[in-house]
Design a protein. Sequence first.
Lengths: 137, 828
Amino acid sequence: MSKKTVRVSVSAVVILSALSWLMISTISEGAEYYLKVDEVMTAPQSWQGKRLQVHGHVLGDPLVKGSTLEYRFKVHSNGKVMDAVYTGVVPDTFKADAEVVIKGRIDANNVIHVEPKGIMAKCPSKYEAVPAAPTVR
Amino acid sequence: MASLGYFLILAAFVVASAAFATGVAGGRRGRSSLVHGSVGLFHVLTGLMLVASAIIVHAFVTEDYSIKYVQRYSDAAQPLFYKLTSYWGGLDGSLMFWVTLLAVFGSAAVHINRDRHRLLVPWVVAVISVVQMFFLFLMVVHNNPFETHLLAAPLEGKGLNPLLQNFYMVIHPPLLYLGFVGMTIPFAFCLAALISGQLDDSWLRAVRRWTMTSWLFLTVGLALGGLWAYEELGWGGYWGWDPVENAGLLPWFTATAFLHSVMVQERRGMLKVWNVSLVIMTFFLTIFGTFMTRSGIVQSVHAFGEDRELAWMFTVFMVAILTISFSLVIWRMPMLRARNELDSWASREAAFLANNWILLFSAFFVLFATMFPTISEALRGERLTVGPPFFDKWMLPIGLMLLVLTGIGPLLAWRKTAVSSMRYQLMWPLTSAVVTGVTMTALGVQFWAAGLCFSLCALVAGTIVQEFWRGSGVRQRATGTDRFTALIGLFARSRRRYAGYIVHLGIVLIFLGFGGNGFKLEEQVVLGPGQQVSVGPYVVKYSALKVTDDGQKQMITAHATVERDGASIGGMYPARWYFRDKEEEPTTEVAIRRGFADDLYIVLAAFDVGTQQSTLEVTVNPLINWMWFGFGIMAVGTILSLLPERAMAFATATVPQGAVTTSVLLLMLVGGMAAPAHAQHVDNPQVVLLVPRTPVEKKLRDEIVCMCGTCGRKRVGECTCGTADAMRTEIAGLVAAGRSYDEVVDYYVAKYGSQEVLASPIDKGFNRLAWFLPYAIGLIGVMVVGGVAVKWTRRPKEDGAAVVTAPADDAAATERQERLNDELRDLD
């Protein structure tokens, strides 16, 4: 191997490992656990205080207090239900039975406190998924 | 009809296999008859797909709900335009649309290059055919668009969500498809070059234009997606780092890298392995993006549902692509050796190399972060996700680094830049950057990252201006014309270079928009009548909440007046609409006031009709319009670079007399194209939609679209802006004056000089063509198939004649030569 090849490959390895290390170290700051409602609710204690993204369907109509924008609603999946509190603007498609992902942390009573702008409702897509039948009544 | 369609798909699969087989045989044995055969078979495939497409479009138009796909994605109430575009509305149809587009692109590419790249053509056909076979296979076994209801067909279609019946949503997906599908052509040429060993630069010349065209479609598609999100969804932003969006961005990064590094290979014969790899990766990422969003491998609310079977098929295909392509690269490594070595890091090629590394890293990073949930689940058993802040944190410095290279790269010389030349070249751009940076800091703008972004924008702008100025100066002295003509001549002479600078100028404007995003102001307030809120330079005075109904929907509208720096600038009317039978899904109607400095963006978040209170979300988005404008400039630059040589010939002609006039005209034309004067769309339901008095008037309201230019062509019967209201009044007046429907339509067509004002083309005269187009395309397909068949059946006769009479014309001579070659080869 020529001197040049060695130099190039050493610097490439150094740069790549530095970038990978940076990426992995920053990713743990920004990372959130992505779970379905039932996965959280089978052992809610272990998730308390962690940053979560919870995937489920809205159960019943979300209740809103006047024009305060404080929403109280329930999300469910596979027979488990979770209470949620959120203050702020909700997406157009946020309604009963909507498929949502909510971001936030759960408190000691297993109620999830959703972050501002933390509700993502399913995009009104033409590419419909298998319709998720509400299993809980 | 459905069974005919399915039969055509099956036939297309068989023909694609045959085209593949003859292509491989023709490529290996070099027999011209086999090569012609494979090309012919490929054209047949295109014909079959066009006929199949015509059948499905016909089914949509005639409301044939026995076909499941048609029933699911359309209904009788849809206007014709949306019925036609429902073709690519769902997965099954979009696969078919993909195959059809690829067939048309492939036929065009093969036809154009049939003589110039004789040795590549059979392999190109073989590669495209394999890709086609994969998608056709998916359609046959998994997603058949012609599937019918087994029992009695439903009488009604399900219809589309009203949010998607929108101008942007109609053109945004097919543009992205065009971009994605187009990337298959460079890949096919690349593999053909690898297999046949024709690895000089000729295959690069064949694919550069294809890549650039696909890149243009991809860019415009991405921009329109952002514009749709901004105007319709009402969250104040345009990009959310969603997997579906990222899927479109990944191949954009690698294609951009390729468009730059291809210049290094052309000029210096370096980076050959790199270019080949970029083309392969770009193609791979288009397939991967489709896989990511369609198979449910990435959990996202925007993905299209899980489908394990589809996921497996895609995985097998992708593994095959990577293994085969990179094995070929390794096999041909000795032929891909660089002609030159990198002489210095202060050279143009080094700048290109750096730009490529950064773009590739961006693609890698976005891919990694998008796939992170899947990766972490596989490695640690936990599904971890990363949000937009993580993407922003990484992409900000990456973007700024790219911007630095955009400014410095073009100023460096090939091989090695001398220090003196560097000083001469960099002085003005650097000065403008420093001056801007200092001014920004003095004005109190935070240096990281907004101030830095603006000063780097100044650097790139400085570079571009300097290049144009110095270049035109040199040409002016050489040709003795005025500077303006010299500028046009310069452009015409080295169009790739200067069109590239125009694209860079677009990038600068887009970065201005990004920089402005740092000064975004957001305010969420609950207001009662008479109360006000001030956000930045604006004061929003809320007056009332009104409920109106136009028969189609109930509209809750907040009325507000806006002042800027103390001066009243008019009313704004954010609203929520509740469509009949879709009441649980209201649509947010954002009120946007556009401006060069900023957009005022108001969303009605919640309301209470009883107390008349409204919750408004008021956002000020600084400089955002420069971003959309920048995308426009990028598109113009790319199109200029793609224009054929002849289009610019007048400017380089030797007679300079007429040149000045022509160039002024050209400039006016470009100016007119770039900045169409439009009235502002400002929602103004003050003048409530009156019920139309006559059926003719109602019909006209459904047919004429609002011409304010910013509402996305809503029908005047639906649009709530002042322009639409004026048009409604005008229509009412015309109808009252006794004009018929046709007369009013004619009046508007004459007034606006085109049928732009109509929701769908008039069903007569020339426009019958538009209605007739799907059928015509189908007919062309049939004719292509028939034509090839006739040609083939005739060939043996001609061959026989050639032997007997041996005509002396060139064509026959070439053919004889070829046959001689074939026979000699067979002897070997």
